[in-house]
Design a binder for this molecule. Sequence first.
Ligand SMILES: [Fe+2]
Length: 840
Amino acid sequence: MKKYCFLTSILLLLLLFSSCTRKEKSVRYSYDFDNLPDRVWAGEDFWTIPLEDWQINEGRLECTGNSSNMRTNLITYPIKPGNGTFALDVTCGLMHKGDQEGTVGFSIGVKDDEDPDVKASCYFGKGLNLGVRTNGVLFIEDQTVSFPADFSWEKFHLQVEGNFSLKGKAITLRLMNEQQEEVAWLVKESIDKIEGLIVLGVNHHVASAFSNGPSFWFDDLEISGTKISYEEGNRFGAILWAMYTNSRNVLKLTAQLAPVSARVNGEVHLEIEEGDGWKKLATEKLRADSYTATFRVGNWNPDLEVNYRISYSENLKDGETSDYEYTGTIRKEPVDKPLVFGGMTCQYGYGFPYMPVVNNLLNEDPDILYFSGDQIYEGNGGYSIIRFPADRAILNYLGKWYMFGWAFGDVMKERPTICTPDDHDVYQGNLWGDGGRKIELEDWQEYAGTSGGYIEPAEMINVVHATQSSHLPDPYDPTPIDQGISIWYTDMVYGKISFAIISDRIFKSGPKEVAFWEEGRRDWITEQGIDLSRLDKPGLKLIGDRQFEFLTHWMKDWKGANMKVLLSQTLFANIPTHHGSIDGILAGDMDSGGWPQTPRNKVVDLLRRCYAFHISGDQHLPLFVQYGIDEFRDAGWAICTPAITVGYQRRLLPDRLGIPYQNRPAHNLDNTGEYIGGMGHKNYVYAVGNLPDNTRSELRYERAQLSSSGYSIITFDPESRDISCNAIRFLADADRLRPEDSFPGWPVTVNQFDNAGINRTGDKITIQSSGVLNPVLLVYDAKTEELLLSVRMKGDEFSGIVKGSGSYILKIGDPETERWKTISDIIANEIETSPVVVEF
Ligand SMILES: [Fe+2]
């Protein structure tokens, strides 16, 4: 068995080269790909872009695409700075001619100026391009030489030599025919420096995107020289990363693999460290479509802090195997301290690999992570989406999805991660899922993307759900939605916080059902003062009946929890006034959770009944808001976390538009206070992270900073019940946060009990209990039997507002021991003050 050796013939020969003053180490590596099984993944030393355009086939590396700038990054053997030599040799051949002129060759010294990390180099790096053009030209950048037209493209060799010394710097490129006879050569001198990745490129010298260009295969890649270094830490795969949750004694973990030859052999093993060795917990089959393996381990001890190891072996052609491992830590569940929660959303690709945010998360060390959606955007990676057929769409998605795990894997490997897909994750700029209905692309386009349903094949949607959410606690009701699409809404209890994890997209109705205007987008209300009640037809869905039923169950379940928090993708309010640009004024946006209004009010009412806080993302505008239903501030608080990297920009500038407000918070910041929102709701905006008018920057990370990108840290104290929120800017340094690193108005603290709404009216229930520590109180309407209030009391006394018939039933007790007392016939009203006394 070959340990950690995935390529059959890496020759590691240490040679000693002489230079004029001292001896330098030279290393020689070669890849012949002969022993590898046919698969999409090129191996742990390589990263291919776009993923779907490359494969290992019959012992060679093939580029099967026909577009521009297709590349295989050699991530482990970069060219290092300084003087020395290097030599590259590769065998290539034309696979498909296409009908456009193209190129094949290398980019060398590929490096991103802004971020030295190898991940940034792969996607944003620039280097020296060299190779051959299919019109019979050898090139090093702009320098060219022609070669005879009768050259055979079937098989040929490209050789590169770099000589960097005090005397001078030169690159030599040679084209050899199949018989190793020199066809043409070229030297480029006066080169400043070459430092960075070596990349195999196809159509890599074409500035603009094209299709139907040529494609090539590669084989027998050899690299040697004193200027080559080995970066073992850059290896990536075959187990790329893992995400896990643990809740109520069940550990769920999903291992994400690269596209290995899963159809041949696909077993993944999970072990935990015990004593001096490893104890096997479970073995699972690798899913052949998503390349995931999901483990479910019952009877998990939440007090255990333990290292885990995931392993996978792949059969090689010679009967040996390549063995891969990935390790991380399952943390002890925090119960005696506040729970620190990292809130993330929306990763627009220009900010990849989001290193400032990644480093800050590693420093801040949150107990749990939430990626609320848009873990990918369609343009991430710098190449287009493929919608059909399903298998191509899946590979195309995986290539973009892998960027997420490459960026955040080190953060996720050692703490629970909640991850839920949103619209862009399924290639729909806005998603009104309508319960999984199938919609044709043409139909969707005809109605400006406002018909309910999914465009992508169900197989692709299921891969999105498997890759992003299969490690969540078991779904509350796993019955698939239309087209057999899987569903994942669930709850998780961690650190004495009960999280409901739902989708506010999958069941949502499409605006086409109500939009009565003919002009423009049907999800956008551009005219002020239209009759919003016309958009609120009976039967329209927001979270859908199934998830509402789930929340009704969740709101009364306090086992192991002191506080409740709802996690969904977007805010249940329509807050921003400006979309896209500073001129893009919108009166309303039906993509927000403010629409449809009736189901929105219903879910916000449910949240206030159980004092739940709401965490969302999606808006690309950091917000801290108190919801209103009938009155301003008569419901709970919500945070919309900053996007990790903002692409599409939204702003809240009601002051600029002269929109009236009242009760501005004491901090007196612009654009805060009580405003009527786009869908007619009474929103109290406590804090907003507006971006400046001009956000232009040539630098990717600076552009992210200027666009109000960042993340949030939310601390739940299950004893004091305080919820402290900070929205932190992209370029902040978590080691020494300055006030200006938080968005204006943050940090801010509210208490769990504030989530009932300070302006709530109704009947007052006061209770005094003894004999049970922090009992759970449930208040039902005696007439309708509806649950009106559900809370984990803090101490022996509690007072809350309910809105019902005036006659109530109280149930008080301890869900852990199932000791309950029921008190019927409680008559309460607005001024009721004498407490109900309960003794256990
Ligand atoms: Fe987004």
